[in-house]
Design a protein around this ligand. Structure first.
Ligand SMILES: Nc1ncnc2c1ncn2[C@@H]1O[C@H](COP(=O)(O)OP(=O)(O)OP(=O)(O)O)[C@@H](O)[C@H]1O
Ligand SMILES: [Mg+2]
Length: 216
């Protein structure tokens, strides 16, 4: 079974100006999809649909065989499970961070899951280590640099160990060292069977990872 299926998806912000125009897509578990396209072509819009933040005006979105609709996500436990399964790195990381301490930012998801304090602490520290940002633990996320914010956002996503990662321009604003280590990390995730969906203007960087490409 495909982990993600989009069938004839339409989306428009303004009537008569469709951004997504009859989009079809199927993605198997463990595959890596690159989403390419010029500025304004609809990559972020597609990602909002994939994460249940926007709903298509027409067409069907199935995640693990379940139709993701506004109605489906009205159920709190279903929403929780869905957001545990799919992690979303926003293009603009600023809008993702809302806690007053990096530690709490990364702990937020695990706490929502009802883990004990020591389990939460274990996860938070593991995820901070994963992105080499233990030193930022007590900092205010809002005051961090753009690249540091991105690392904190990634750590908070990984704290729920999602099966699918949706990454909107993950390399934008990263220095070469961070870029290289993030690429290595994504390769490890793929080897571990995670599904990756990545919007990028740096197609060539993903040549060893990519299974499918769509251009919007
Ligand atoms: N909230 C909104 N209201 C109205 N129009 C919007 C909204 N968000 C995006 N759009 C429009 O939808 C189109 C697609 O935008 P989107 O952000 O999905 O593009 P993108 O491919 O992610 O671009 P970029 O490469 O610049 O990130 C653009 O024409 C944009 O102006
Ligand atoms: Mg975008």
């Amino acid at each position: 079974m495909n982990i993600i299926e989009l069938k004839n998806i339409y989306f428009e912000y303004e009537e008569g100006e469709p951004v997504l125009n009859g989009l079809d897509l199927s993605l198997g578990a463990g595959e890596c999809l690159l989403v390419l396209g010029d500025n304004g072509s609809g990559k972020t819009t597609l990602f909002r649909v994939l994460n249940g933040l926007s709903f298509p005006s027409k067409g069907e979105y199935l995640f693990k065989g379940v139709a993701i609709t506004a109605d489906y996500l009205k159920d709190n436990s279903q929403t929780k499970r869905f957001h545990k399964d799919i992690g979303y790195l926003f293009q603009n990381t600023d809008t993702m961070l809302f806690n007053s301490r990096v530690y709490d930012e990364v702990a937020f998801g695990p706490r929502q899951m009802g883990l004990t304090d020591s389990e939460v602490d274990q996860r938070v520290m593991d995820c901070l280590r994963l992105f080499d940002i233990e030193a930022l633990k007590e900092k205010v996320p809002y005051h961090l640099s753009g690249g540091q914010k991105k690392m904190v956002a990634l750590a908070s996503i990984m704290a729920l160990s999602p099966e699918v990662l949706v990454l909107d321009e993950p390399f934008a604003g990263l220095d070469q060292k961070r870029e290289a280590s993030l690429l290595e990390f994504l390769a490890e995730l793929k080897a571990a069977g995670k599904t990756l969906i990545i919007a990028t203007h740096k197609e060539e960087m993903f040549k060893d990872l990519v299974d499918k490409v769509i251009r919007l």
